[in-house]
Design a protein around this ligand. Structure first.
Ligand SMILES: NC(=O)c1ccc[n+]([C@@H]2O[C@H](COP(=O)([O-])OP(=O)(O)OC[C@H]3O[C@@H](n4cnc5c(N)ncnc54)[C@H](O)[C@@H]3O)[C@@H](O)[C@H]2O)c1
Length: 321
């Protein structure tokens, strides 16, 4: 695991799925954490276990507005991540990525903080090469329904590198690939949560297309370890750097694993593929391995068991919904 300093750390989007795990990890390491969130997709219950910690603070704030705080590190995670949420108000999604990046970069410049951007594999769009390396420029539709997210994130990367070149800002850009785990939203349409929720409720499992498209899934603990390692890497390491799990599974294989682990008798049903849905997405993590000495460690089956246990608790009322 990467080492964490005792600095004051701002996590935007800290009450979301990844943000809450990151805050927990940073708090446990002794850092002073300021979690900022507008609670669009995040929730207080995600950070409820941290609220009593003397080194944790929660602030309601929308990153499309400037923020004036004294911090040494900024993890910029604020942005709805699943299509159902980022397409709900696409203009706000682009604003969150672009204005949010400008505001957080401006803050980093003022207080001389190091800043990490949670970018995404979506910057590669529907890629022509597999697996995707960081020097691949991507194939993104600029006017489609996913563009508010994809292009917003691409523009945020541009802003990070321009602030780095223009103002010598200490930046880190991580391209996150599909991540899953406890505290995913039950209704966000992402494939792992969808399949688990449908299986636990005994509903049909919805597969888009023929189910032969592949995805790679990274367990949240692995991902957070990658983010922290990147933040604590030497100043010259800017990225972009892929962090994800290269093991590929077809949607059919994933559905079968979920059925087996939940013991569900749900049936598989097939629906047409949504627009701009990539056929395949797989990270090349050679760079993360060599620069950060990072690689994912949690097998899909183990991660799925943890995630299934979380959703069982959620539905049984053992976690506030
Ligand atoms: N989960 C993944 O597989 C994945 C993959 C690639 C990239 N990412 C990126 O990682 C980050 C976190 O994703 P996540 O999966 O935790 O999603 P999430 O939706 O659970 O978390 C996003 C958080 O940002 C907050 N937020 C949204 N707009 C905001 C605004 N304008 N101001 C302040 N807060 C705002 C939300 O309320 C939420 O708490 C996102 O930037 C996402 O693009 C995630």
């Amino acid at each position: 695991m990467g080492s964490v300093t005792n600095d004051r750390i701002l996590v935007t989007g800290g009450a979301g799925f990844l943000g809450s795990h990151l805050c927990g990890r940073l708090i446990a390491s002794g850092a002073d954490v300021l979690c900022v969130d507008n609670f669009f997709t995040g929730s207080k219950r995600n950070v409820a276990p941290l609220l009593g910690a003397p080194n944790f603070e929660l602030m309601r704030h929308d990153v499309t507005f400037p923020l004036y705080v004294e911090v040494d590190r900024i993890y910029n995670l604020a942005c709805p991540a699943s299509p159902v949420h980022y397409q709900y108000d696409p203009v706000q999604t682009t604003k969150t990525s672009v204005h949010g990046a400008i505001n957080m970069l401006g803050l980093a410049k003022r207080v001389k903080a190091r800043i990490l951007q949670a970018s995404t594999s979506e910057v590669y769009g529907d890629p022509e090469i597999h697996p995707q390396k960081e020097d691949y420029w991507g194939r993104v539709n600029p006017i489609g329904i996913r563009s508010c997210y994809d292009e917003g994130k691409r523009c945020a990367e541009t802003l990070f590198f321009d602030y780095h070149r223009q103002n010598a800002l200490d930046i880190k850009v991580v391209r996150i690939f599909n991540t899953y785990g406890p505290r995913m939203h039950p209704n966000d349409g992402r494939v792992v949560s969808n399949f688990i929720v449908q299986a636990l409720r005994g509903e049909d499992i919805t597969i888009f297309g023929d189910g032969q498209q592949t995805r790679s899934f990274c367990y949240v603990d692995d991902l957070i370890d990658g983010l922290v390692r990147m933040m604590e890497s030497p100043a010259g390491v800017t990225g972009p750097i892929n962090v994800g799990n290269p093991s590929e599974f077809t949607m059919l294989e994933l559905a079968e694993q979920v059925l087996r682990l939940t013991g569900s008798s749900s049936k598989l049903v097939f629906h047409p593929l949504p627009a701009d849905d990539p056929r395949q997405r797989q990270p090349d993590i050679t760079l993360a391995q060599s620069v950060l000495d990072w690689r994912p460690r949690v097998a899909l089956e183990d991660g799925l068991k943890e995630t299934i246990a979380y959703f069982k608790d959620l539905f049984a009322g053992r976690v506030d919904a």
